[in-house]
Design a protein around this ligand. Structure first.
Ligand code: SAH
Length: 219
């Protein structure tokens, strides 16, 4: 698939929808999203839609991926540094590996953890041709984070639970930020941003979202 033109159009649409961070737009314009989805879905890869990736899971629509990474880059440690990369990032829910590839363009190191062996292996296969030396794929329960890579400059979750696990806050660096879907008071899901500062954790609840559930244990 000659994807450069369709991907450029996707980036234009993201900008029109309000994504303003040049680092995010550049990363979204670089990663070939169609290489991460089933061949039957390739023609939809650049549309603003979520897509099935197998085992009942989905890849978020481009707008949501871009929005969450833009929020992550707003971490206190990067405030006023529009050209800088984030340090180490932890992603909960590797899925097909697409978001991990995007993150590798804005962070120095990406640890991505998946609880389903089938998807962990699919992501490994999807990412192999990209030879991204800074992306580390792990099979495990992301609810407990990944202590060996801590502290993280950013933690981003692609699955939503009842609350943000304490382990994530513990593994976050001071100046770092968590962006995660979490159950809201009304029973739906909303994006939560948690900044870790010298004074403690500061939490903000943003727009409503729809993510697959965060589950414990591996399968
Ligand atoms: N970022 C992914 C989206 C994957 S969907 C992509 O770009 O494709 C969310 C993923 O989170 C699913 O694959 C699901 O299995 C995984 N997940 C849910 N709970 C988890 C947990 N506790 N630890 C790790 N992965 C989890």
């Amino acid at each position: 698939m000659a994807s450069d033109a369709v991907r450029a159009r996707m980036v234009q649409r993201l900008a029109a929808q309000g994504i303003a961070d040049a680092r995010v737009l550049r990363a979204m314009g670089t990663v070939e999203r169609h290489l991460f989805v089933d061949s039957a879905l390739v023609n939809q890869a650049y549309e603003d839609t979520s897509l099935p990736i197998g085992l009942g899971q989905t890849i978020s629509k481009p707008n949501v991926v871009a929005r969450m990474i833009e929020l992550l880059l707003g971490a206190p440690a990067l405030a006023g540094k529009p050209g800088d990369r984030l340090g180490r990032v932890l992603e909960i829910g590797t899925g097909c590996g697409y978001q991990a590839a995007v993150l590798s363009h804005v962070a120095s190191e990406v640890y991505s953890i998946e609880r389903l062996r089938g998807l962990h292996e699919r992501a490994r296969a999807n990412l192999r041709p990209f030879r991204l030396a800074t992306v580390h794929l792990l099979l495990g329960d992301g609810m407990i984070g990944y202590a060996k890579g801590a502290p993280y400059a950013g933690i981003i979750a692609a699955a939503g639970g009842e609350a943000v696990p304490e382990a994530w806050i513990a593994q976050l660096a001071v100046g770092g930020r968590i962006v995660a879907p979490t159950q809201s008071a009304t029973g739906g899901q909303a994006l939560v941003v948690i900044d870790k500062t010298a004074r403690g954790a500061e939490r903000r609840i943003l727009e409503a979202v729809h993510f697959v559930p965060l589950k414990s244990g591996i399968a």
